[in-house]
Design a protein around this ligand. Sequence first.
Ligand SMILES: Cc1ncc(COP(=O)(O)O)c(C=O)c1O
Length: 393
Amino acid sequence: MVPSGTLEINARVFEMRQNGEEIVNLSVGEPDFHTPSDAKMGGIRAIAENRLRYDKAPGLMELREAICRKLKNENGLSYTPDQIVVTNGAKQCITNACLALLNPGDEVLIPAPYWVSYPEIVKICGGTPVFVETRREHDYKLTGEDIASCATPRTRMVILCNPSNPLGTVHTREELEDIAKVCAAKDIYIMSDEVYERICFAEEFVSMASIPEARDLTILINGLSKSIPMTGWRIGYTATTAEIAKAMGALQGHITSHPSMVSQWAGVAALDHCADYTQMMVGEYRKRMKAAVQFLREELPEAPFIEPQGAFYLFIDISCVREKMEAMPEASGLYSKDFTMKLLNEKHVAVAPGSAFGMDGFIRIAYAADLETIMEGLRRIRDLIREMMKENR
Ligand SMILES: Cc1ncc(COP(=O)(O)O)c(C=O)c1O
């Protein structure tokens, strides 16, 4: 395993804060909203009423039923509770699925840029990550052709992050159908990580599981960390075939059993009562995204990006400073990492380097902060890039 590519930045942020320095932090992939009261009350009631004993390993029946209702009402998907496994955050879904489906040496296609934990989880589970290069002309979105050109007889699974962390892109129905067709022809499982599904500014969000050809090949990953701000409660869930869910539930029974009962009861309340809260939050993200996009287009045309359609990230191309960064005596070979550190040291702004997501030459900004903080961070990024480009002339 390699340590997280943002670890060094986080350590430096910590050190600088300890020294009393103020940091504009746009590196964190966590909603800045609090858990809504209805969800909290669901957990509090469970404690007061002593609903705290061991329960079924794949998750509380009431929660799995609430998840089935959500999938039916929001996504038009019919699942039964035996096809759902509730986990300690979406991370555990991904791990469970890899443990259940991968044999040693099985290859897993991971399109770059990717969420930092995918390759490491695949390796932990004995699989071999195979990185798929995506193309600018497709907004760096995975295509069926990309899969076809990288697949081998050992390819067992592809991981799709939709909406994407770090890109903020959202696949259309046609794009999903294109991927599904190739995966169905080659019998490749599709792990579709949809944790940012509700944070979507596109006209519609289409789940991979709603593409008929993909339905039985899909391991749908979702959770409550991002869609309802409940990161610390650790509730994720998988929807898939009963056979795969059974294997994942059995594994989980031996490893962690079900997640905390308090969190699961909070999850029931969250899914049944917090849709308005999510809508409010998404409205805020949209405002921030629009303001950030306008600023960057007007003030920093040298650093292009794809206008996000979902999640709360902007992935910005900083290749305009490449030469300058690579000429630095202490250059590490990953210039997005070096730039990120320079930005932190000189302008006190923390962002994540593209190298952590398998794509050097970019930085990821999370707009899960208030508008003022975001704009201040962007102004300082503009200033640094402008200063560097001026020196170049
Ligand atoms: C794409 C993606 N998948 C999964 C996760 C994990 O979420 P959870 O907090 O539910 O484990 C994250 C968290 O940052 C994420 O960005």
